[in-house]
Write a protein that binds this ligand. Structure first.
Ligand code: 5GP
Length: 206
């Protein structure tokens, strides 16, 4: 057992448009000590997106340089673009005792689980595929062919739901946020995360 608690790695996966960002943002006030990893991507910025905030936006050559340098914990190709997780900030946060949240599509989520089997896998499901399609169209950021590709990926992801430790259905946002926060709090309360220092504290007055 280490003297210091190391961080817990949470992976959040779910179809594009299912509301992962919205759940995360609504949950943040209830979740201290959680480092959200900002991904690298080659996809075009949506209006209002800022480099270093939603993503680090790179061209293909710059992204491939990251791959060559082995700077990514995982990466995947999704609907014609690359997405990847910069490895160093994740490792640093975990080592310093901070919990980490990654938001990944399925291929990347599987890769993280393979490399870091302790990761806690959370699947965000839509109430139905037709509702997901309605949300994707409502967002108005993708062409019809990209919406169809995103829906095809969504079907694949939903089929993989049993690979995850938890599922949260994003029907009513407040309920989804409550469930998501409950998972994080419950995982944090597991005795296996007690450090030697925590145990010493419990035993001190016995
Ligand atoms: P979007 O284009 O809608 O922002 O993201 C498309 C998909 O890529 C979403 O499912 C999102 O969770 C996923 N994604 C975002 N960042 C990463 C990443 O670093 N790695 C992987 N594998 N998927 C990511």
């Amino acid at each position: 057992m280490s003297a210091k608690r190391s961080g817990i790695l949470f992976v959040m996966t779910g179809a594009s448009g299912v509301g992962k960002d919205t759940i995360r943002q609504a949950a943040l006030p209830d979740l201290d000590n959680l480092f959200f990893s900002i991904s690298a991507t080659t996809r075009a910025r949506r209006p209002g997106e800022v480099h270093g905030k939603q993503y680090f936006f790179y061209d293909k050559a710059a992204f491939e340089a990251l791959l060559r340098e082995d700077a990514l914990l995982e990466y995947a190709e999704y609907v014609g673009d690359y997405y990847g997780t910069p490895a160093a900030p994740v490792h640093e946060a975990l080592a310093s005792g901070q919990d980490v949240l990654l938001e990944l599509e399925l291929v990347g989520a599987r890769e993280v689980k393979r490399r870091l089997p302790e990761a806690i896998m959370i699947f965000i499901a839509p109430p139905s595929l037709s509702e997901l399609e309605r949300r994707l169209r409502g967002r108005g950021t993708d062409s019809e062919s990209r919406i169809q590709k995103r829906l095809a990926r969504a079907r694949e992801e939903i089929r993989a739901v049993k690979e995850f430790d938890y599922v949260v259905v994003n029907d009513t946002l407040s309920t989804a946020v409550r469930d998501f926060c409950s998972i994080i709090h419950a995982e944090r309360a597991r005795t296996k995360h007690l450090s030697a220092r925590d145990i010493a504290n419990f035993l001190r007055e016995l």
